[in-house]
Design a protein around this ligand. Structure first.
Ligand SMILES: [Zn+2]
Ligand SMILES: [Zn+2]
Length: 354
């Protein structure tokens, strides 16, 4: 049977994953088939299995940092060919017709949102993720893995990597920039783990001076190992004074509920950017308009990446030889990997290997 995948599926909430045959989406002229070699594990996988974000359509195969060998392409697929290594991130489809898509921001399509798993294509077919042997989806969301990058290394770039890369690129981080990265280590939930590490690696590769930020001293050593030029404990007045008005950018990949805007306004330089990619369960505190008016601060959000950004990101990572910190598990050990992920063990991403 060529039109089925064998995946590690959740059949219900709170059950271990079991191997199951499931239908691939219907083939069309934009389709790409891949034999999956690797799939990174993302906190979103756990949120979906736990139904934290709403009901999950079981059986569900999660995993949206997929790398595999392309085995078949539809007639209209131009960006990847049979034999290439392809990568897939958290998004699997967009309408390609709305203004947002036409402007090249397909990751924020106005009409449809089809996640790489737990989603439905317009024809009603379910999307299944990368904890499996095969993947089929739309070639416009498949990206070529550069030759000088291993498939294991490549996988986690496709969600965690691009999420951190996109805002740094959008706001022109360069050798003159001083970038603070918030959320480097053991955050309250695994969802954000690994984004900060990619933020440091990418900002360094863009030439910036990079400072690790946290609300205690626990991540100081980690920040240094990752290549940060310095570290700030945001509860240490001396540290805050040293960097008063010095940051051109702050990338927030995760934060505690003790977050206060004033801390970051005071660290940001005139026209500074506070770029948020974290989605904590709590709300950010109230914004006091005068505080960000007087410093001309911009506050922004960013969602994964458009297809163009995805390809650019992986090419840049390969060119700069960025090496993510990953631990690999055999795909068949996925249930162990999930419990280790829940226990907060990744430094900084886990990758499943077929
Ligand atoms: Zn993800
Ligand atoms: Zn659209």
């Amino acid at each position: 049977m060529t039109d089925t995948l064998t995946g590690w599926a959740a059949t219900t909430k709170d059950a271990p994953l079991v191997q199951m045959q499931l239908p691939l989406p219907q083939w069309n002229e934009h389709s790409v088939d891949m034999d999956i070699s690797h799939c990174g594990m993302c906190g979103s996988d756990i949120h979906t299995l736990d139904e934290d974000w709403g009901p999950t359509a079981f059986p569900c195969v999660v995993g949206h940092e997929i790398v595999g060998i392309v085995t078949r392409v539809g007639d209209k697929v131009a960006n990847i060919k049979v034999g290439d290594r392809g990568g897939v991130g958290p998004l699997a489809y967009s309408c390609q017709e709305c203004d947002t898509c036409l402007e090249g921001h397909q990751n924020c399509c106005e009409r449809v949102f089809v996640g790489t798993y737990n989603g439905n294509y317009p024809n009603g077919d379910k999307s299944f993720g990368g904890y499996a042997d095969k993947w089929r989806g739309d070639g416009r969301w498949v990206f070529k893995v550069p030759d000088n990058m291993s498939s294991a290394d490549a996988s986690s770039f496709f969600c965690a990597g691009v999420t951190s890369y996109a805002p740094l690129k959008k706001f022109n981080v360069n050798e003159k920039s001083v970038v603070g990265v918030l959320g480097l280590g053991k955050l309250l939930f695994a969802c954000h783990r690994g984004l900060g590490h990619f933020g440091v690696l990418f900002a360094k590769a863009m030439g910036a001076t990079v400072i690790g930020l946290s609300h205690n001293d626990n991540k100081k050593e980690t920040a240094k190992e990752l290549g940060c030029d310095d570290y700030i404990n945001t509860h240490n007045e001396f540290d805050l004074a040293r960097y008063r008005k010095k940051f051109t950018h702050i990338l927030c990949t995760g934060t505690g509920s003790d977050f206060q805007w004033s801390t970051y306004y005071n660290l940001l330089h005139i026209n500074g950017h506070f770029m948020n990619v974290a989605a904590p369960e709590w709300k950010f505190p109230e914004i006091i308009p005068i505080q960000f008016i007087t410093q001309q601060i911009s506050i922004s959000g960013s969602a994964a990446g458009s297809p163009a950004t995805m390809q650019e990101m992986i090419n840049f990572a390969a060119e700069k030889e960025i090496k993510p910190w990953i631990t690999t598990y055999k795909m068949s050990d996925v249930n162990t990997a999930i419990s280790d992920l829940r226990a907060g063990k990744p430094r900084f991403r886990f990758v499943l290997e077929n």
